[in-house]
Design a protein. Structure first.
Length: 337
């Protein structure tokens, strides 16, 4: 079975689940804020952000037709305990065909165990927000299949419960033309919709003058490279490349408000990323269809977010806020390299 994970330009296809897990970090990031001038989107509905995790969606080729795809959300990263694979699957694996072993629906006891392990109930819902096209879907969990897919990194000769990605099937037999639909989408499992709609935009960069670099970016042991700028709401973003041996190994971002005050600063680094690389910049070396960096108001009652600068090889990325008081939302992507 051919498996692809939507994480290339990631963008990220992200899913947010109301369970908590320690954040995985593969790139160095830090945020600094100098004042409280950032806006938040007001909402009457209060969302509890105590237990939030972010997930990518996986695109998996259907067993019956290689031209079709299944859309699947793995929750294995946050599941507490042994994966709830039915015992007869492991016991009878030698007598089963590859198709039977590679993908199956969980039986009722295993489904219940999975829901309990991630602190969800049949009364909760899955909210998928395609922020690139501003489309929101709500799917009751009671109508979603709980399924297992064999991990591409497992040893098919000796299977155990940890060989499987456990989660929920969002769609089946989707045509390959639908692949891009999930490039810029996030979702949440819970009983309330946490998303602010129609407030996200792809960041379109343009080259900035050398004066910008001198004004907003301090000296570094690394060599200053090109400088870029972009606009969102009442903020201007400036992005500075830093080079080592001729290659961009670090990028620093500052956000400036309409009073010319620096309100946030963030560093994106490839140090320790083990195979990670910077994503192309829309407006510089990528067109709008392939835009990777996104910003805007995404969560109710929260400051604006920014993400999509580094493509991970190992580990999983995060969504960051333009506010030092807000912790990143880690993206659980079931990356088993």
């Amino acid at each position: 079975m051919k498996i692809k994970t939507i994480a290339t330009l990631l963008c990220f296809q992200l899913v947010i689940l109301s369970c908590q897990k320690e954040e995985k970090k593969t790139a160095t990031t830090e945020t600094k804020t100098t004042n409280d001038t950032l806006k938040t989107v007001k909402t009457e509905e209060k969302i509890d952000y105590t237990h939030f995790n972010i997930f990518s969606l996986s695109v998996i080729s259907s067993a019956e037709k290689n031209s079709d795809m299944d859309i699947f959300i793995s929750v294995s990263d946050v599941y507490k305990g042994k994966q709830p694979v039915p015992a007869d699957i492991i016991k009878n694996q030698k007598q089963m065909s590859f198709e039977e072993r590679q993908h199956f629906e969980l039986d009722a006891p295993s489904r219940k165990k999975l829901l309990n392990g991630i602190q969800l109930t049949e009364n909760d819902s899955l909210y998928i927000y395609e922020y690139g096209s501003n489309k929101l879907q709500r799917m009751p969990i009671s109508q979603l299949k709980a399924v297992a897919y064999l991990s591409p990194y497992s040893d098919d000769e000796e299977l155990d419960p940890e060989s499987y990605m456990m989660g929920f099937q969002v769609a089946t037999h989707q045509k390959t033309t639908e692949y891009d639909r999930y490039n810029n989408a996030i979702a949440y499992f819970g009983n309330k919709n946490p998303f602010v709609e129609n407030k996200m935009q792809a960041i379109k960069w343009q080259k900035a003058s050398t004066d910008v670099s001198k004004k907003y970016f301090s000296q570094s042991r690394l060599i200053h490279g090109k400088t870029y700028q972009a606009q969102y709401d009442n903020m201007t973003y400036y992005l500075q490349d830093y080079l080592e041996e001729g290659n961009v190994t670090e990028r620093k971002l500052v956000a400036i408000n309409d009073r010319k005050e620096k309100i946030a600063e963030k560093t994106f680094s490839l140090a320790g990323s083990d195979g990670g690389e910077f994503r192309p910049l829309y407006g510089i070396d990528a067109d709008k269809v392939n835009a990777s960096q996104w910003t805007g108001y995404l969560f109710k009652g929260k400051p604006p977010v920014i993400f999509g600068f580094i493509a991970q090889s190992f580990g999983c990325p995060s969504i960051s806020f333009l506010d030092q008081k807000e912790k990143d939302f880690p993206i659980n992507c079931d990356n088993r390299h």
